[in-house]
Design a protein around this ligand. Structure first.
Ligand code: CMC
Length: 430
């Protein structure tokens, strides 16, 4: 039997019972619907610190233990043994695919990588220094104006075609944004290449000479993408769910997710970490920088540190730090001053009372930029890379929500503190 909690209004004596609901793992949640019905009150939880916004079977995080599971599989095992498209398939379909299922999925993704030619013309409307995230979110939203054959959200096959299209086309759109910022011609996708190798080719090849794809770079990207693929109800995923809950076109919902991801508190942190490291400059300046972080008047944060859910090491950060050594070694760049600086910064911060007492640890973004830089991805594209990977998670969550027959529009309430009712005053009497 589920635990029941009695809530009583001390003034009126009215009470109600809230039932606890249990998941497979993790804390119970209270069904608070009776609060409004029986006591006439809402709950108040700015930032959703203690609110489970939905039921989900996709990803589980234990923030105290530093655990991350996709469909029950530890991210460490997937990072070691799987590849990004298999993980995307797992997130979307719910179980590990057979060889035939994975081949079919990879084939479908490969064959959906081209985008409508008219869509490519959109880039000409952007100034050369437009941020790639602005271009990507706009072009993804514009996809709603193109792929009309698969936007019936109540048709499972339509949903599936949408899922394959968006995962396949986002790297192509990202590459077009990058090429536009360089003023270079767009490079079409190649069906003989795997997902990340194709992306590197679209980013770095030029029509006038052969481009050799570095397998180390492709492998590193694939691993980073596995680690970024999903993270339960984070801000951008919740944004995709909220936008999608209105029945909006799914491309519009994903575009909303791209926009939410851009902020420095979320996916924009990877770009901000490198800006920060460059600003610090050398290990000699770490103490001064941390003094500014700790002085709240300065409004400076140690970017890549802290997390709403992890109050322990982010398991993804551990993997990426290990990967930094391997990738930099393989690329012959072990003398990376930024990596050295970030290691020292982490070491000092982890011993500092300010960070220890607040349980602030390095998160996934602390080291990812070092790897992106090492493989030649420009800083302005870091968050776009995150968006490509997270699209797998966004799609899985959107699918889970839309295929639920009990889906309702997401519509939170508020604590209103504005003026009470007042009468309009004509302008000459104000
Ligand atoms: N540097 C300095 N102080 C921090 C930091 C930080 N990076 N993060 C949290 N704090 C302090 C904060 O000032 C507060 O202190 P106090 O209790 O004295 O007021 C306390 O720690 C709790 O912080 P919070 O802002 O209430 O925590 P939150 O859960 O609302 O925010 C966060 C989580 C990730 C937005 C925040 O830790 C942060 O801004 N980190 C830096 C940005 C970053 O790296 N973001 C990437 C997150 S992981 C990838 C992703 O989600 O996309």
């Amino acid at each position: 039997m589920n635990t029941k909690y009695e809530i009583k209004n001390g003034l009126t004596g009215k009470s109600t019972q809230l039932e606890a609901m249990s998941g497979t793992i993790g804390p119970d949640v209270l069904n608070i619907a009776p609060l409004l019905k029986d006591l006439g009150v809402f709950t108040f939880d700015p930032g959703f610190m203690a609110t489970a916004s939905t039921e989900s079977k996709i990803t589980y995080i234990d923030g105290d233990a530093g655990v991350l599971l996709y469909r029950g599989y530890p991210v460490e095992q997937l990072a070691e043994k799987s590849c990004f498209l298999e993980v995307a398939n797992l997130l979307i379909y719910g179980s590990l695919p057979s060889k035939a299922q994975l081949d079919a999925f990879q084939n479908s993704i490969t064959r959906h990588t081209m985008v409508n030619q008219q869509l490519l013309r959109f880039f000409q409307g952007f100034h050369h220094d437009a941020h790639p995230m602005a271009m990507v979110s706009a072009v993804v939203a514009s996809m709603a104006a193109f792929y009309h054959d698969s936007t019936d959200i109540n048709d499972p096959r339509h949903r599936e075609i949408f899922a394959h299209r968006i995962i396949a086309k986002l790297p192509t759109i990202a590459a077009a944004a990058y090429k536009h910022s360089l003023g270079q011609p767009f490079i079409y996708p190649r069906n003989d290449l795997r997902y990340c190798a194709n992306m590197l080719n679209m980013f770095f090849a030029v029509p006038c000479e052969a481009y050799a794809i570095d397998p180390v770079a492709a492998e590193a990207l694939d691993l980073l993408f596995i680690l970024h693929a999903d993270h339960e109800q984070n801000a951008s995923t919740s944004t995709v769910r909220l936008a999608g809950s209105t029945g909006a076109n799914p491309y519009a919902a994903i575009s909303a997710g791209v926009s939410a991801l851009w902020g420095p508190a979320h996916g924009g942190a990877n770009e901000a970490v490198l800006d920060m490291l460059e600003g610090i400059g050398s290990t000699a300046n770490i103490d001064d920088f941390l003094a500014r972080v700790k002085d709240k008047r300065d409004n400076v944060r140690l970017m890549g540190f802290g997390h709403r859910v992890y109050k322990n090491f982010d398991p993804r950060a551990k993997i990426i730090r290990g990967m930094c050594y391997r990738v930099l070694e393989k690329l012959g760049r072990t003398d990376s001053p930024l990596f050295e600086l970030s290691l020292r910064l982490e070491e000092i911060a982890l011993k500092d009372e300010y960070f220890v007492s607040r349980k602030l640890y390095p998160n996934v973004d602390f080291y990812s930029g070092i790897i992106y830089s090492a493989i030649g991805i420009p800083r302005s594209m870091f968050t776009v890379m995150f968006a490509i990977a997270r699209t797998a998670g966004w799609v899985a969550h959107w699918q889970e929500m839309v295929s639920d027959p009990h889906m309702r529009i997401g519509r939170p309430r508020q604590l209103y503190t504005g003026p009470k009712k007042q009468d309009y005053v004509p302008i000459e009497r104000r």
